[in-house]
Write a protein that binds this ligand. Structure first.
Ligand code: PEP
Length: 256
């Protein structure tokens, strides 16, 4: 991991892209470009229907499989939903919770983000909890309050032991899919605020080892600068994760 002091996690969020056949092709291309790179954790968060094919392809390799959402109940009359146990049995190790697109289009609230986080942790999954301010929040100068509040509420009733399986992704909503990236300093400042929230609740040692990712138009060009910042321990990558060369370049940047 070069001069990086701790675990770095690079996760791709494929969103609603790639049929199972396309997923097979994309994963084999990504694998051929990142194999042998051991210094950071690599995750691909794929649509539910792609999980079986991707899980069987990456089994035992450096690439881990993630899902993009999980329901908070164990089973029952929740048409269209997927439980944490279902994901686990299919080979999923990570799950994204509270992505801004879920908050924006599917009624996700801080409460349901917390419930999903708890359910996933209880099932033994690692959780990538997304937080981030809107453009209006930033322009009103309330980024700190918004992100601290989202982080605190997501972590309600999460134990210190469970916290070891939580990653927080700072994703300013105005930077997602827009090509606008937070500057290295802006991103680092907010990741530092998140780390402070974790420290206040769990202590400095756990806060130091908590992986805090940046997400929002991270790409092959800007990854190195962002990942060199002291509070940024990885990336959650949307658009660029669908391009094998770009995704591999970001993985490489995480090792420098
Ligand atoms: C995301 O969807 O989490 C994301 C960061 O997307 P993009 O990289 O395309 O901005």
């Amino acid at each position: 991991m070069g001069n990086r002091r701790k675990r770095t996690v690079i996760a791709g969020n494929w969103k609603m892209n790639m049929t199972p056949a396309q997923a097979k092709e994309l994963v084999s291309q990504i694998y051929s470009k990142v194999k042998g790179r051991k210094a950071c954790d690599i995750v691909v968060c794929v649509p539910f229907v792609d999980i079986p094919v991707v899980a069987s392809m990456v089994k035992g390799s450096i690439i881990k499989v993630g899902a993009q959402n999980v329901h908070y109940e164990k089973s029952g009359a929740f048409t269209g939903e997927i439980s944490a146990d279902m994901l686990k049995e299919c080979g999923v190790q990570y799950v994204i919770v509270g992505h801004s697109e879920r908050r924006q289009y599917f009624g996700e609230t801080d409460k349901t983000v917390n419930l999903r986080t708890l359910a996933a942790l209880e099932a033994g999954l690692r959780v990538i909890v997304c937080v981030g301010e809107t453009l209006a929040d930033r322009e009103s100068d309330i980024t700190r309050e918004v992100v601290a509040r989202q982080t605190k509420l997501a972590l309600e009733n999460v134990t210190a032991e469970q916290m070891k399986n939580v990653i927080i992704a700072y994703e300013p909503v105005w930077a997602i899919g827009t090509g606008k990236t937070a500057t290295n300093e802006q991103a680092n400042e907010v990741c530092g605020i998140i780390r402070q929230v974790v420290a206040d609740k769990y202590g400095k040692v756990l806060a130091k080892s908590t992986v805090i990712q940046y997400g929002g138009s991270m790409n092959a060009k800007n990854a190195e600068g962002l990942l060199s910042m002291n509070h940024i321990d990885g990336g959650l990558i949307g658009g660029a994760s669908l391009k094998p060369d770009d995704f591999a370049a970001i993985v490489l940047a995480a090792q420098e």
